[in-house]
Design a protein around this ligand. Structure first.
Ligand code: NAP
Length: 295
């Protein structure tokens, strides 16, 4: 087995993503010699120890990062600035600080300026997830065959970037480097807008009169059900994502509303060809996902 990539890996947050990394580190043995976990509540830390996925837990993030050569921020992105303030004085020289946050320009803005000299900051985002949260939700196969985007600011130490790339490869992920602004636009269309639509459509259905609401539940399998799965995601995490990718999300929403208007016009005027063409494009996208094993 190759040497562990890190001597001490510190995970700040141990929900779906953090606990999946912890499980992989435990199973593989070539990621870290020691895994230290921090969370906001003692209940989560107790559960982490029960699950046997950490060597040590710390309720104080500063204590959790002491002596770590890799620190991963795995909390909701809105918590990163506060966490960075608390850990910055305790980060070891030469350590790599990274994250798994779903927005990247905001993380560079909130965390980048707080990183002490001699510590390398490599923002990252594993593009894999489910609607479940908490330490029980994680599983070791979560990142298998999925992409992880690395968005290091210009001038970031290449050896540190390569270490984080290797961390994700050992988690089973495919790795791609891109600019943070590009990442945020792409994720706005493939993830953030679909979630916004799902939360909205569930709200619209919930506002219907009581008698129709019962039918919404009974007949959900006809399409609505898939939206409810997405809409079951953690409210704090999604609040933070929307507020931290505001510009790109609003731009994609504007485009979407224009296209939805065009579809509405086609329905109103009986433009069958337009409707068929849009449905056909949807089928094509689905086929290409299946072919690339990303379905
Ligand atoms: P999660 O399951 O809800 O877990 C969040 C973890 O962060 C918990 O351990 C929680 O501790 C801790 N935490 C919450 N608020 C905190 C705060 N204010 N300060 C410090 N710690 C706090 O979340 P997740 O789904 O793993 O998501 C974690 C990160 O990964 C987010 O930044 C998200 O954008 C990103 N991400 C998520 C997905 C996804 O599909 N879920 C995919 C890719 C990336 P307690 O349990 O003690 O409250």
């Amino acid at each position: 087995m190759p040497d562990p990539l890190f001597h001490r890996l510190s995970l700040l947050g141990v929900g779906l993503i953090g606990s999946s990394i912890a499980r992989i580190a435990r199973e593989r043995g070539d990621i870290a010699a020691e895994v230290v976990v921090n969370a906001r509540t003692q209940m989560t830390l107790d559960r982490t120890m029960e699950l046997g996925i950490a060597d040590r837990v710390e309720i104080d993030p500063a204590r959790a990062v002491v002596g770590a050569d890799c620190v991963v921020l795995c909390a909701p992105v809105g918590a990163f600035a506060d966490l960075a303030v608390r850990i910055a004085p305790y980060l070891s020289p030469g350590a790599v600080l990274t994250d798994v946050g779903s927005t990247k320009q905001s993380v560079i803005r909130d965390v980048g300026s707080l990183v002490p000299a001699g510590v390398h900051f490599v923002p990252a985002h594993p593009i894999a997830g489910t609607e479940h949260s908490g330490p029980d939700a994680g599983f070791a196969e979560l990142f298998q065959g999925r992409w992880t985007a690395l968005t290091p600011p210009p001038g970031t130490d290449e050896a540190a970037i390569e270490k984080i790339a290797e961390l994700w490869r050992r988690c089973g992920s495919l790795v791609e480097r891109m600019e943070a602004s590009h990442h945020d636009r792409v994720l706005a269309i493939v993830s953030h807008l679909p979630h916004l639509i799902a939360f909205t459509i569930c709200g619209t259905a919930d506002d219907l009169a009581d008698e129709s609401r019962q039918e919404v539940v009974n007949f959900a399998a006809s399409g609505f059900r898939d939206f409810t799965r997405i809409a079951a995601s953690d409210p704090v995490m999604w609040r933070d994502i929307f507020l931290n990718n505001r510009e790109a999300l609003l731009e994609m929403l504007q485009r979407f509303m224009e296209d939805a208007q065009a579809m509405a016009r086609a329905v109103r005027w009986g433009d069958a060809a337009y409707i068929e063409d849009k449905v056909e494009r949807g089928r094509k996208i689905r086929r290409s996902l299946i072919e690339r094993k990303q379905a």
